[in-house]
Ligand binder design. Structure first.
Ligand code: SAM
Ligand code: SF4
Length: 484
């Protein structure tokens, strides 16, 4: 997933922090763990609660309702939630002494996986709600406020997206010029290391009409870049207006017609679901950014088989060749797991080899974390922690070197830059390159939401620096020192 899965977003989700906060409304504080799908879910929960009179706060001590939107992909993520609940208990007691009520809710994949167990381990929690029932959140909160302890983790029969309210225009605007849009949830692949099929359930795709309507609303409110999300986004399929079955490629062609929407992305994809139409979309659609997150996980066929990935290393390499033939400037991103049960030194060398062969612009890499209930956790040839550590270090060093080299290769090149937000240093704006890198520019270069032509002047450790191509040399590049 884009943004490291271990990422925590403190306060209300970063993109919704700026929403209107009225002193008279009840306040909700949302902390989001994990991937972009959780960021999107947090926004939709905030939209649902807004209808019930809740405004967002980024000060947890002011919150009448604290929601933790959790991630269960690796062990540490769940343990972090329990320690956070310990801290929140102290806060709840302190507010109770002041005569103020505080409801505590746990949402997301830990809620789905652990259910009742959360109430047992953390009695401070008032409600537990799984990802498939967010549309019921307002009524769940009302019942919890009446004194009921609630665990709502059944998969809903109704389509939650049909019942979740659309965000208000002002809420969309406050979230910025880029937006996430979940088009697909759940997964039927059952990789042997992964909890997603158990926490998010079977693969479900949203219909074309729903996705197009949501994208149009976003564009109309000023969003210029949309990232389509799904645990397995390129498995998305839906009935088009002509009655035929559409795949993700066709959907992207349709979304590219929406006026004002200038950039499209999607994540995360499975190699088995990259079909010809999707590759053609990369060839034909200028709006589809030349960046693809396509996890391979490992380079050894033996390990890929044990992972139930349903592709070999050679299949993956052939696929990348086809994608690069269609879109030569495409930058590749991926996910890797080291230390899957049974991984030998030779297997790990195969992973290092595939990384060298692909040459990634960016990637995420993790130590294998046995997840209860998955086949991998039952395998008896688990790899010792210190071996995983050593392999991860070597892999990350190689990936970091490739990422640096890719950034460096852009110096001197002209690119289009979407200006997204103010930089950390006064006088700067931060934008995104087509390859998702943060790029810093002098604020006089344009306004947030503009797409401007710039020349990359320097590659820093975490960001690129640039100058608009039409500037004269005496307008120097923005603050040389900082990075985002
Ligand atoms: N659907 C995507 C795919 O098939 O590549 C991946 C989605 S998964 C939610 C995100 C990433 O988390 C995976 O690509 C994998 O690298 C990592 N991951 C999942 N389960 C893991 C585990 N048990 N231990 C370590 N990393 C894990
Ligand atoms: Fe998990 Fe595999 Fe599904 Fe990706 S494809 S979400 S790794 S089970």
């Amino acid at each position: 997933m884009e943004q490291n899965l271990t990422t925590e977003r403190s306060g209300s989700p970063a993109s919704i922090e700026a929403e209107a906060k009225s002193p008279t409304r009840k306040k909700v504080f949302v902390k989001t763990y994990g991937c972009q799908m959780n960021v999107y879910d947090s926004q939709r929960m905030a939209d649902a609660l807004a209808q019930d009179g809740y405004g967002l706060t980024d000060a947890i001590e002011d919150a009448d309702l604290v929601l933790l939107n959790t991630c269960h992909i690796r062990e540490k993520a769940a343990e972090k939630v329990y320690s956070e609940l310990g801290r929140i208990r102290v806060l709840k007691e302190e507010r109770a002494r002041q005569g103020r009520e505080t409801m505590i809710g746990v949402a997301g994949c830990v809620a789905q996986a652990e259910g009742q167990e959360i109430l047992r381990r953390a009695p401070v929690v008032d409600l537990v709600i799984g990802p498939q029932t967010y549309h019921r959140l307002p009524s769940v909160v009302r019942r919890a406020r009446a004194g009921e302890k609630i665990v709502e983790t059944e998969y809903a029969i109704e389509d939650k997206f049909e019942h979740l309210p659309a965000p208000e225009r002002k809420a969309v605007r406050s979230r910025g010029v880029t937006a996430f849009l979940t088009v697909q949830e759940g997964c039927d692949k059952f990789c042997t290391f992964c909890v997603v099929p158990y926490t998010r359930g079977a693969e479900v795709s949203r219909p074309v009409s729903q996705v197009v309507a949501e994208a149009e609303r976003l564009a109309e409110a000023g969003v210029r870049e949309v990232t389509l999300l799904g645990q397995n986004v390129n498995a998305w399929h839906g009935e088009g207006p002509d009655g035929s079955e559409w795949g993700l490629g066709r959907l992207l062609f349709r979304l590219a017609e929406i006026p004002g929407l200038d950039r499209l992305r999607y994540t995360t994809s499975h190699p088995r679901d990259m079909d010809d139409e999707l590759i053609a979309a990369h060839r034909d659609l200028d709006k589809l950014m030349p960046y693809l997150h396509l996890p391979v996980q490992a380079g050894s066929d033996r390990i890929l088989k044990a992972m139930n990935r349903r592709h070999t290393a050679a299949d993956y390499m052939r696929l990348i060749e086809r994608i690069r033939a269609a879109r030569p400037d495409i930058a590749m991103s991926g996910d890797f797991i080291v230390g899957f049960p049974g991984e030998t030194d030779e297997d790990f060398e195969d992973t290092m080899r595939i990384v060298r062969d692909v040459n990634y612009a960016q990637a995420f890499s993790f130590k294998y974390s046995p997840r209860p209930g998955t086949p991998g956790a039952e395998m008896d040839n688990q790899v010792p922690e210190e071996v995983k550590d050593e392999r991860l270090q070597r892999l990350q060093a190689l990936l970091a070197e490739q990422q640096r080299a890719f950034a460096q290769s852009l110096v001197g090149r002209e690119i289009d830059l979407l200006l997204e937000k103010p930089g950390r240093i006064d006088g700067q704006l931060v934008g995104r390159s087509p390859w998702l890198q943060p790029v810093i520019v002098d604020e006089r270069a344009g306004r947030i939401g503009d797409i401007i032509r710039v020349r990359i002047t320097r590659a820093g450790s975490h960001s690129l620096f640039c100058q608009p191509v039409d500037w004269k040399a005496d307008l120097t590049e923005a603050a040389k020192g900082g990075s985002v």
